[in-house]
Design a protein around this ligand. Sequence first.
Ligand code: ZN
Length: 473
Amino acid sequence: MNNLVIKNCAAIMTGNRESPRSSATDIRIRDGFIHELGQLDANGDERIIDARDCVAYPGWVNTHHHLFQSLLKGEPQGLNQSLSAWLASTPYRFRGAFDEHTFRIAARIGLVELVRSGCTTIADHHYLYWPGMPFDGAEILFDEAEKLGVRFVLCRGGATQTRGLESALPTALRPERFDDWMQDVERLVGRYHQPQTDALRRIVMAPTTTLHSTTPQELRESARLARTLGIRLHSHLSETVDYLDAARAKFGMTPLQFCAEHDWIGEDVWFAHLVKLLPEEIALLGSAGSGIAHCPQSNARLGSGIADLVALERAGVKVSIGVDGAASNEAADMQSETHAAWQLQRARKGMLARPAYEGGTFEGGGDAATIEDVIRWGTSGGAAVLGLNTGEIRVGMAADIALYQLNDPRYFGLHDIAIGPVACGGRATLKALFCQGRLLVEDDRLPGVDLRELGYEAAKAVETLQRNAGVRG
Ligand code: ZN
């Protein structure tokens, strides 16, 4: 039954910028959409969900991930390295070690972890491709996402260039031919892509990096094809200072200038990270209406820095939150990520404080980001970046809703229960999670998912990966 009324919410956070809190206590859902908000009575054909002591949030929208990395958490060789060394140590060293089964288990772990944090939309930047690859990762990802009932956006990554000599590389590190890659994007669009704004499946053009993954001509060509197909564009950008050095050395410009010169800018483009930007790059991104997938935990774990969301948003950039792959973020769930985003924006501003006698004008960063800002970034901000009409608890929107029951001592003593899921962090009990009005989680349980079994499969899969990568005999 698709029609129901959520009754007696203790608080409703809307994800909306102008009115971030609703005074309503009840939410009516009909045919997958939010039909009414207020103090409501259920009709005869409506199921009642009792949300006493619960806080309602829009389902989180995660705009950047690499699900295959869910089996690479805490990998020792890369644990204490910065981005470039870590890339070689962990994701690239292990990429050829994945087979169909380990890949599926990795995807399942990441998806289940996100769903248990209240996430209903997941954009995965999937770049595990090489010529003659023995399994179709896209099919596995869509299959696993559909089993859980979430919206899934496949950002089809890849590369035609590598920094090493191609013939000396193991098969799994060899680049694809540009035409093969673009043909696969067209195939995926034909098979999965739904253009409507309440889509459950989307495809995105997503070279792994704009600076290094293709030739400049191919980059421009990929943007042209994406716009012909009516799909969005996504990539990594400016995660560390290396992007600035590389863009200057290779092309004599800033990373953002290079993207703009090759048509990789606009309201249909979003970039992960954007930690190291020059002021003129922020202005350029803002005037184009492009978006950011802010990944605070990964950026902190790799020591890359903290993106300036306040300046980006002020410039007109669409702000969203992504957990990034678990190989650089062992807490790849949206509750942890938004909690970190809230704190790190404040820490970032605090780091810039100077004494008045040196010209300083403020004491600290306590006003840098509110809980309402962070909820908006993680919900409607993400939907805006992906071009979806979701991410808000508002009449007419798709019914993607998380109900958190704050029954852990971590949440006891709150003066304002509404902020609990973000301010306190942790993992709140999910009383219910809806995507397009469908119940994905009830009383903290995902139907059809045995967590103990998944843990056992994960441990076995880690052993297989270590063996295949030559780490264990
Ligand atoms: Zn990433």
